[in-house]
Ligand binder design. Sequence first.
Ligand code: FES
Ligand code: FES
Length: 492
Amino acid sequence: MALKPRKTVLLYINGVRHEIGADRAGWMLADYLRVSMGLTGTKIVCAEGDCGACTVLRFFPGLGKKNAGRSREFLSVNSCITTIAQLDGSSLVTIDALAKGDELNPVQEAMKSCHGSQCGFCTPGFVMALSGLVEKKIGAGVGGKLDRKEAQNALTGNLCRCTGYQQIVDAAASFEVRTCDSVGKRFYNGAQEKELKAALAKPVSLASEEFIFFAPVGLGEACRFLARAPAARPLASATDLGVVHNKGIRRIEKALSLHLVPELYALKISSSGVVSAGARVTLAELRRALKEKCPEVARFLDLFASPQIKNIATLVGNVANASPIADTPPFLLACNAVVKIAGPRGKRSVPLKEFYLGYRKTDLRKGELVASIEFTLPAAGELFALYKVSERKDLDISCVNAGLALGLDKKGAIRGARLAFGGMAATPVRVARTEKILEGKVPSAELLREAQASLQDELTPLSDVRGSSAFRRVLAGNLLKRFFREKLEIQS
Ligand code: FES
Ligand code: FES
């Protein structure tokens, strides 16, 4: 028997229960906090997920027993680009609740005493991003001072437009984690978990004049809804759609959320290095799972977006969004990824290199959605590198990105060349002609020059604000040159 859908979403904010209906569930969380709750500590500055001023901490308890305890941490997320509806089942903590009365918590106290507290726009976000790192450390049983490098990484999603970061990093490194109370312990308890989990077992259906939101508990139902309502957008984290919505370019009006479908949280890695990531697997979870097995992916993901984005954005969302300069498709193309699609007629698989049909156009048919991505990590001994060229190192949109992999046989000849680029065509691409040139040959400076020349013919980059077509061609050739120099010590 079909479960009766809920007409509200349920979440806890600073330990207080909120049931929110269709009239406000389409609001961005930051607006709800500030306007409906008067919690003005959370700031809205860029409204694009870039500056971190709106950072809050979020815990999602998972679905049923299977996904229980995936992570007990309260993770930093941006509240300016995330709708209330997407946060159904979450427990959230905002800057307003950190202090106990007039007593600042150790992070706030450190920011004050190290003069890291600057203006009222950026400071709350810095405190919350550092608090997210503290939660992680508490969860891992680490009680000492924060490492400066780690603190810098945790703050890559927070911008100060005027002063600087030195005192903030000094503050981060000045206190002992063991002196901090876990926000999880302060604001989350068994009764809350029981209630949230019971709610998460039931679908959600919200409808107002401005916002239609459906969250089924099964994949079949999701596909049937999409077939009936082709204008509905499947939402993962909406870290891109949220920006477009805030800019007024395209509103999130009709949305399908997959957050109640248990099978989509699966992340499996086989002994032969085949990774399968469901549509709800976040980039932070993927990074954590691959950190030891493929450090190059973890390093690359450190450059990809902010912790706030990675804590909620999914690998499948990055692929299905079909941006020609998305950062994960070149890596996935070089790892022979296959897109697993669910639809009204069942499931099918499409190699990622055939999935993109044109600019922002995919092979998805009516009622279909991406259920998971499967890819194979580079084999032991294979040469593998991921590159991203952008104006700023952290948290910037790529001009060009690349995933490059080469195997070498016993005689030193190239086997299984896989070269993939983003930002070099209307879609992310593998360069089959150039791969063929390399195949079976022993690497040399001459071969590199031949491959570089072939790339210039094979790629058709667009010109836009991030780089002209000619500039991008040079970049692609230079990335291949860098790969040969770093991995094979060959210069052209
Ligand atoms: Fe800048 Fe949200 S207001 S990231
Ligand atoms: Fe707040 Fe610079 S933006 S001090």
